[in-house]
Design a protein around this ligand. Structure first.
Ligand code: NAD
Length: 216
Protein backbone atom coordinates (compact mmCIF):
# COMPACT_ATOMS: atom_id res chain seq x y z
CA UNK A 1 0.00 0.00 0.00
CA UNK A 2 2.80 2.38 0.94
CA UNK A 3 4.24 1.54 -2.47
CA UNK A 4 1.20 3.20 -4.02
CA UNK A 5 2.01 6.35 -2.06
CA UNK A 6 -1.04 6.19 0.20
CA UNK A 7 -0.39 7.39 3.72
CA UNK A 8 -0.91 5.05 6.66
CA UNK A 9 -3.33 7.63 8.10
CA UNK A 10 -5.63 7.08 5.10
CA UNK A 11 -5.21 3.30 5.29
CA UNK A 12 -6.24 3.44 8.97
CA UNK A 13 -9.46 5.22 8.00
CA UNK A 14 -10.42 2.83 5.18
CA UNK A 15 -11.94 0.08 7.37
CA UNK A 16 -14.31 2.67 8.82
CA UNK A 17 -15.43 3.76 5.32
CA UNK A 18 -15.88 0.10 4.48
CA UNK A 19 -18.05 -0.48 7.56
CA UNK A 20 -20.28 2.58 6.95
CA UNK A 21 -20.70 1.73 3.27
CA UNK A 22 -21.59 -1.85 4.25
CA UNK A 23 -24.30 -0.50 6.56
CA UNK A 24 -25.63 1.75 3.78
CA UNK A 25 -25.74 -1.24 1.45
CA UNK A 26 -27.72 -3.23 4.04
CA UNK A 27 -30.14 -0.29 4.27
CA UNK A 28 -30.60 -0.42 0.49
CA UNK A 29 -28.91 2.96 -0.15
CA UNK A 30 -27.55 3.04 -3.70
CA UNK A 31 -25.70 6.33 -3.73
CA UNK A 32 -24.52 8.92 -1.28
CA UNK A 33 -22.94 12.36 -1.50
CA UNK A 34 -19.74 13.14 0.36
CA UNK A 35 -21.80 15.60 2.44
CA UNK A 36 -24.27 12.93 3.58
CA UNK A 37 -21.49 10.43 4.23
CA UNK A 38 -19.71 13.17 6.18
CA UNK A 39 -22.76 13.72 8.42
CA UNK A 40 -23.06 10.00 9.13
CA UNK A 41 -19.39 9.45 9.80
CA UNK A 42 -18.76 12.77 11.58
CA UNK A 43 -15.73 13.61 9.45
CA UNK A 44 -15.55 16.55 7.05
CA UNK A 45 -16.74 16.09 3.47
CA UNK A 46 -13.39 17.41 2.26
CA UNK A 47 -11.56 14.74 4.23
CA UNK A 48 -13.75 12.08 2.59
CA UNK A 49 -13.11 13.52 -0.87
CA UNK A 50 -9.37 13.78 -0.19
CA UNK A 51 -9.17 10.23 1.19
CA UNK A 52 -11.09 8.67 -1.67
CA UNK A 53 -9.21 10.69 -4.29
CA UNK A 54 -6.18 8.62 -3.34
CA UNK A 55 -7.83 5.76 -5.17
CA UNK A 56 -9.09 7.64 -8.17
CA UNK A 57 -12.06 9.22 -6.42
CA UNK A 58 -14.93 6.83 -7.25
CA UNK A 59 -17.33 9.76 -7.11
CA UNK A 60 -19.06 11.66 -9.88
CA UNK A 61 -19.89 15.37 -9.75
CA UNK A 62 -23.56 15.81 -8.95
CA UNK A 63 -24.15 12.10 -8.41
CA UNK A 64 -22.11 11.32 -5.32
CA UNK A 65 -20.70 7.89 -4.66
CA UNK A 66 -22.11 4.62 -5.89
CA UNK A 67 -22.28 2.78 -2.55
CA UNK A 68 -21.95 -0.76 -3.89
CA UNK A 69 -19.07 0.11 -6.17
CA UNK A 70 -17.20 2.11 -3.52
CA UNK A 71 -17.74 -0.62 -0.91
CA UNK A 72 -16.40 -3.26 -3.25
CA UNK A 73 -13.43 -1.13 -4.40
CA UNK A 74 -12.40 -0.34 -0.80
CA UNK A 75 -12.83 -4.04 -0.01
CA UNK A 76 -10.42 -4.86 -2.85
CA UNK A 77 -7.91 -2.28 -1.61
CA UNK A 78 -8.09 -3.84 1.86
CA UNK A 79 -7.71 -7.33 0.39
CA UNK A 80 -11.18 -8.38 1.55
CA UNK A 81 -12.12 -9.80 -1.86
CA UNK A 82 -10.12 -12.93 -1.09
CA UNK A 83 -9.66 -15.36 1.78
CA UNK A 84 -6.81 -15.21 4.28
CA UNK A 85 -5.94 -18.36 6.21
CA UNK A 86 -5.00 -17.74 9.83
CA UNK A 87 -3.72 -19.59 12.88
CA UNK A 88 -3.76 -18.56 16.53
CA UNK A 89 -0.66 -19.17 18.64
CA UNK A 90 -1.64 -19.27 22.31
CA UNK A 91 -5.03 -20.85 22.95
CA UNK A 92 -5.59 -19.24 26.35
CA UNK A 93 -8.28 -16.72 27.31
CA UNK A 94 -7.66 -14.26 24.50
CA UNK A 95 -6.80 -16.84 21.85
CA UNK A 96 -10.01 -18.76 22.52
CA UNK A 97 -12.08 -15.57 22.65
CA UNK A 98 -10.79 -14.58 19.21
CA UNK A 99 -11.39 -18.11 17.92
CA UNK A 100 -15.00 -17.89 19.12
CA UNK A 101 -15.61 -14.68 17.21
CA UNK A 102 -17.28 -15.65 13.94
CA UNK A 103 -17.41 -12.22 12.28
CA UNK A 104 -13.82 -12.42 11.01
CA UNK A 105 -14.87 -15.21 8.66
CA UNK A 106 -17.52 -13.01 7.09
CA UNK A 107 -14.67 -10.72 5.96
CA UNK A 108 -12.66 -13.65 4.57
CA UNK A 109 -10.36 -14.25 7.56
CA UNK A 110 -10.49 -18.02 7.96
CA UNK A 111 -9.22 -19.55 11.20
CA UNK A 112 -7.62 -22.88 10.33
CA UNK A 113 -5.88 -23.87 13.54
CA UNK A 114 -5.01 -23.08 17.15
CA UNK A 115 -1.63 -23.88 18.71
CA UNK A 116 -0.37 -24.01 22.28
CA UNK A 117 2.35 -25.56 24.43
CA UNK A 118 0.04 -26.65 27.25
CA UNK A 119 -0.53 -30.42 26.82
CA UNK A 120 -3.84 -30.27 28.70
CA UNK A 121 -5.22 -28.27 25.75
CA UNK A 122 -4.15 -30.81 23.11
CA UNK A 123 -7.16 -32.01 21.13
CA UNK A 124 -9.62 -29.59 22.79
CA UNK A 125 -11.75 -27.93 20.14
CA UNK A 126 -12.98 -24.36 19.91
CA UNK A 127 -15.88 -23.98 17.46
CA UNK A 128 -14.83 -27.29 15.97
CA UNK A 129 -11.22 -26.18 15.48
CA UNK A 130 -8.69 -28.40 17.20
CA UNK A 131 -5.97 -27.04 19.50
CA UNK A 132 -2.66 -28.57 18.37
CA UNK A 133 0.76 -28.71 19.94
CA UNK A 134 3.60 -26.64 18.53
CA UNK A 135 5.49 -29.62 17.03
CA UNK A 136 2.77 -29.77 14.35
CA UNK A 137 3.09 -26.10 13.47
CA UNK A 138 5.67 -26.27 10.69
CA UNK A 139 3.85 -28.82 8.55
CA UNK A 140 0.46 -27.24 9.33
CA UNK A 141 1.59 -23.84 7.99
CA UNK A 142 2.91 -25.47 4.84
CA UNK A 143 -0.07 -27.75 4.19
CA UNK A 144 -2.79 -25.21 4.93
CA UNK A 145 -1.45 -22.21 3.07
CA UNK A 146 -1.36 -20.11 6.25
CA UNK A 147 -0.80 -16.41 5.71
CA UNK A 148 -1.56 -14.74 9.06
CA UNK A 149 -0.52 -15.76 12.59
CA UNK A 150 -2.32 -14.28 15.57
CA UNK A 151 -0.02 -14.07 18.60
CA UNK A 152 -1.80 -14.39 21.93
CA UNK A 153 1.02 -15.75 24.08
CA UNK A 154 2.88 -14.18 27.03
CA UNK A 155 5.15 -11.33 25.95
CA UNK A 156 8.27 -13.13 27.21
CA UNK A 157 7.70 -15.82 24.55
CA UNK A 158 6.52 -13.59 21.72
CA UNK A 159 9.83 -12.63 20.08
CA UNK A 160 11.15 -16.20 19.83
CA UNK A 161 7.82 -17.56 18.58
CA UNK A 162 7.47 -14.74 16.03
CA UNK A 163 10.95 -15.47 14.66
CA UNK A 164 10.10 -19.14 14.37
CA UNK A 165 6.85 -18.30 12.55
CA UNK A 166 8.75 -16.13 10.08
CA UNK A 167 11.32 -18.89 9.49
CA UNK A 168 8.40 -21.13 8.59
CA UNK A 169 6.95 -18.79 6.03
CA UNK A 170 4.52 -16.55 7.95
CA UNK A 171 4.51 -13.05 6.49
CA UNK A 172 1.81 -11.35 8.57
CA UNK A 173 1.46 -11.25 12.36
CA UNK A 174 -1.45 -9.85 14.34
CA UNK A 175 0.40 -9.25 17.58
CA UNK A 176 -1.54 -9.06 20.84
CA UNK A 177 1.50 -9.69 23.06
CA UNK A 178 2.64 -6.46 24.66
CA UNK A 179 6.05 -6.35 23.04
CA UNK A 180 7.64 -5.04 19.85
CA UNK A 181 8.74 -7.79 17.50
CA UNK A 182 11.39 -6.15 15.23
CA UNK A 183 11.00 -8.56 12.32
CA UNK A 184 12.45 -8.31 8.78
CA UNK A 185 10.90 -5.72 6.44
CA UNK A 186 9.09 -8.37 4.39
CA UNK A 187 6.99 -9.30 7.45
CA UNK A 188 3.93 -7.21 8.20
CA UNK A 189 3.03 -6.73 11.86
CA UNK A 190 -0.11 -5.13 13.23
CA UNK A 191 0.09 -4.56 16.99
CA UNK A 192 -3.12 -4.49 19.01
CA UNK A 193 -3.09 -2.84 22.41
CA UNK A 194 -6.48 -2.78 24.10
CA UNK A 195 -4.95 -1.17 27.19
CA UNK A 196 -3.68 1.77 25.11
CA UNK A 197 -7.19 2.31 23.83
CA UNK A 198 -8.40 2.22 27.42
CA UNK A 199 -5.77 4.80 28.41
CA UNK A 200 -6.99 7.12 25.63
CA UNK A 201 -10.52 6.65 26.96
CA UNK A 202 -9.32 7.53 30.45
CA UNK A 203 -7.55 10.63 29.12
CA UNK A 204 -10.68 11.79 27.33
CA UNK A 205 -12.88 11.17 30.39
CA UNK A 206 -10.51 13.32 32.46
CA UNK A 207 -10.45 16.12 29.86
CA UNK A 208 -14.26 16.05 29.67
CA UNK A 209 -14.57 16.26 33.44
CA UNK A 210 -12.09 19.16 33.60
CA UNK A 211 -13.99 21.06 30.91
CA UNK A 212 -17.28 20.39 32.62
CA UNK A 213 -16.07 21.53 36.04
CA UNK A 214 -14.71 24.79 34.57
CA UNK A 215 -18.16 25.57 33.20
CA UNK A 216 -19.86 25.11 36.60
N1 NAD B 1 -3.07 -6.60 23.21
C1 NAD B 1 -4.11 -6.61 24.01
O1 NAD B 1 -4.94 -5.75 23.94
C2 NAD B 1 -4.23 -7.71 24.98
C3 NAD B 1 -5.36 -7.93 25.75
C4 NAD B 1 -5.39 -9.02 26.62
C5 NAD B 1 -4.27 -9.85 26.70
N2 NAD B 1 -3.17 -9.58 25.96
C6 NAD B 1 -1.96 -10.40 25.96
O2 NAD B 1 -2.27 -11.59 25.26
C7 NAD B 1 -1.52 -12.66 25.78
C8 NAD B 1 -2.45 -13.78 26.18
O3 NAD B 1 -3.32 -13.37 27.22
P1 NAD B 1 -4.32 -14.41 27.86
O4 NAD B 1 -5.14 -13.70 28.86
O5 NAD B 1 -5.01 -15.15 26.77
O6 NAD B 1 -3.28 -15.39 28.60
P2 NAD B 1 -3.45 -16.94 28.90
O7 NAD B 1 -2.42 -17.26 29.92
O8 NAD B 1 -4.87 -17.29 29.17
O9 NAD B 1 -3.06 -17.63 27.49
C9 NAD B 1 -1.76 -17.69 26.99
C10 NAD B 1 -1.60 -19.06 26.32
O10 NAD B 1 -0.35 -19.07 25.63
C11 NAD B 1 0.21 -20.37 25.78
N3 NAD B 1 1.64 -20.30 25.54
C12 NAD B 1 2.62 -19.90 26.38
N4 NAD B 1 3.81 -19.98 25.77
C13 NAD B 1 3.58 -20.43 24.52
C14 NAD B 1 4.43 -20.73 23.41
N5 NAD B 1 5.74 -20.55 23.47
N6 NAD B 1 3.85 -21.19 22.29
C15 NAD B 1 2.51 -21.39 22.21
N7 NAD B 1 1.67 -21.13 23.23
C16 NAD B 1 2.20 -20.66 24.36
C17 NAD B 1 -0.15 -20.76 27.21
O11 NAD B 1 -0.08 -22.15 27.41
C18 NAD B 1 -1.57 -20.22 27.30
O12 NAD B 1 -2.55 -21.18 26.92
C19 NAD B 1 -0.71 -12.07 26.94
O13 NAD B 1 0.56 -11.69 26.43
C20 NAD B 1 -1.49 -10.84 27.32
O14 NAD B 1 -0.69 -9.85 27.93
C21 NAD B 1 -3.14 -8.54 25.11
Amino acid sequence: MEGRGISQAVIRRLPRYYRYLGELLEDGVERISSNDLSKRMKVTASQIRQDLNNFGGFGQQGYGYNVKYLHSEIGKILGLDREHNMIIIGAGNLGQALANYTAFERSGFMLKGLFDVNPTLAGVTVRGIEIRMMDELKSFIRNNDIEIAILTIPKTKAVAVANMLVENGIRAIWNFAHTDLNLPDNVVVENVHLSESLMRLSYNVLRYEEKHQKKK
